[in-house]
Design a protein around this ligand. Sequence first.
Ligand code: MG
Length: 181
Amino acid sequence: MATNGKEACGVKDGVSVSSNGTNKDFAKSHSAVGNGVAAEPSSHSKLRNTGTVQSGKFTFSPEPTIEDIRRMQAEFTDERDWNQFHQPRNLLLAMVGEVGEVAEHFQWRGEVAEGLPDWTESEREQLAHELSDVLIYLVELADKCRIDLPQAVIRKMALNRLKYPASKVHGSAKKYTEYKD
Ligand SMILES: [Mg+2]
């Protein structure tokens, strides 16, 4: 469907997107976002799509939040009268398609080192676009299913900690069913 197919989620079409992937309109109205981009250290130019690196640790920018992303996409969809297409099942299928687009960037490359040191800036930016497509559809799917995603993540992480106690699974990739009490 041309009107809500690839890229229709707002990563490229119809949204002002800067070279580092920031929504200019959003940044304008959310000064903290603009500040975050401006504060990005120029000494990490090879990593300019990837947040900040301090003391060897990578971190995301604090904004936009998941709620910010939900609102941005809701506005994008409303403005185009696309809610008629963006029902849960369609959003799920769209998200899976975008996961495939992420996979295309890794296909046939063999193992890829953390930080993608051998990738060009263009390749990194294309990956950033596809990862964003997945996230945007995921957030919209949660929205349309009335799942409060940030709080759901907290509950799920608590369950994961119970399922995989660090004391039992440290350094092991076994599934939880392979552990005995
Ligand atoms: Mg895509």
